[in-house]
Design a protein around this ligand. Structure first.
Ligand SMILES: [Zn+2]
Length: 417
């Protein structure tokens, strides 16, 4: 068992303890558990002699400084926050892997011609303010006044929470600007799918992060007495909702089969009103989550869904409308960074495939301003965002090796010039 193995394991289990006691594994952004985990991370940074700071967007950064005071840097890291009742590896694997990389460099006293900055990107998971990737949106000019002034269900304003963790919401850059000094960004993450496990592959080099959109469907029927309203006299909103859920699933199956890139659609949220055993459903709200690489397929899917909704509306029994409530565009990872990762994996005899991500990640935002990409590692049975989520320490170690060797390769190339 290597030192890295022991260190990664120790870190994963220490962080798993910093979660809500009665709701494993929960560490929501800005929560007490989150603040404790950040304190833990600051201590790790200090023990590795990293320079610690928090940027305007509230990201926590540990910096392995270059010897020549270079302004150039490489970004590594991921996120400490989890979804409610999430797992011990989503985000955490990337943080812990990055710690082990810097620990290794420090122990070997390796000096680099650039800084290596380890980021805990603030609040990657979708939260009560209906926003994901707070930290990377903040870094790249995508946190506007409307988002910053949003209030959650407990009455907390997002900008106040960012300021409380050491950020400075007033100073957030408003404009999109390229990160000229960033040579590359690397993020290790669990796959959250089953491809690597099924194909017995060590790592996935990520080609792209799909277009992610959410659509709210409102279905308006007529509430009524469940005992006295005859069957042919009903305007049952829940019945139409169930037809739509099945339609969306069937349609997504068809598209996913004919598209050879990632295509998934999910109805995971439903609000039924008044939701009573003795009342015919009066109205329903559904949220469709759509994640697609191919934009043409996306358009076709939405066109067919709209035409089904129109058909239902023609019956005059029901009124259905659909609106887009969230959108993040398709992004490609940097081909140059992926070439470096591929070369590194080959040098280390670590098997790899290229793959599309199904999930959104901080790297999607970073890739718009700097050369960036991701390494996926297998996660057991593809389970994620649940307490069963599991990744083997030796797999985290292999993924870390690919990134570590890639950083060494970049340094070697820079010195050659
Ligand atoms: Zn994640």
């Amino acid at each position: 068992m290597s030192c890295e193995y022991k260190y990664i394991k120790k870190c994963v289990y220490e962080l798993a303890k910093l979660t809500e006691k009665d709701k494993p594994y929960t560490r929501l952004v800005f929560s007490k558990q989150f603040q404790r985990a950040r304190k833990w991370l600051v201590n790790q940074f200090k023990s590795l002699d990293l320079e610690v700071r928090v940027d305007n967007a509230g990201n926590l950064i540990g910096s392995y400084k270059s010897k020549n005071h270079s302004t150039k840097k490489i970004l590594i890291g991921s996120h400490l926050d989890t979804v409610p009742s999430g797992g011990r590896f989503d985000g955490i694997a990337g943080i812990v892997s990055s710690l082990s990389i810097l620990k290794n460099f420090r122990e070997k006293k390796i000096a680099f011609p650039f800084d290596i900055e380890l980021y805990d990107y603030l609040g990657e998971e979708l939260n009560d303010w209906s926003i994901s990737c707070i930290g990377t949106r903040g870094m790249t000019g995508l946190l506007d006044e409307e988002i910053l002034n949003r209030m959650d269900s407990k009455g907390r304003i997002l900008r106040d929470e960012i300021n409380k963790v050491g950020g400075s919401s007033k100073k957030l850059i408003k404009k999109f600007s390229l990160f000229q000094d960033v040579i590359a960004c690397f993020e290790l993450h669990i796959e959250q799918g089953i491809t690597l496990q099924n194909n017995k592959i060590d790592v996935g080099i990520v080609k792209s992060i799909p277009n992610i959109s959410r659509h709210r469907i409102n279905i308006k029927g007529q509430a009524g007495h469940s005992g006295t309203t005859l069957m042919d006299n009903r305007k049952d909103a829940l019945l139409y909702a169930s037809s739509l859920i099945i339609f969306i699933n069937k349609l997504a199956n068809q598209f996913s089969k004919k598209d050879n890139r990632h295509f998934v659609a999910t109805v995971g949220k439903i609000i039924n009103f008044p939701n009573s055993a003795t009342i015919i459903s009066g109205s329903v709200e559904l949220i469709v989550d759509l994640r697609v690489v191919n934009s043409h397929s996306r358009e076709q899917f939405l066109k067919k869904l709209n035409s089904q909704i129109n058909d239902f509306n023609k019956s005059k029994k029901i009124l259905i409308d659909m609106e887009q409530i969230a959108y993040s565009p398709y992004v490609e990872m940097s081909k140059e960074v992926n070439q470096i990762l591929e070369k590194s994996a080959k040098q280390k005899n670590i098997s790899f495939i290229y793959m599309d991500s199904g999930a959104g990640h901080d790297t999607a935002h970073l890739s718009r301003v700097a050369p960036a990409s991701m390494i996926f590692i297998p996660c057991r049975d593809g389970l994620s965002h649940c307490p069963e989520e599991y990744a083997k320490v030796c797999d985290i170690e292999k993924g870390s090796k690919v990134i570590q060797n890639a950083i060494l390769g970049i340094a070697k190339n820079l010195k050659a010039y």
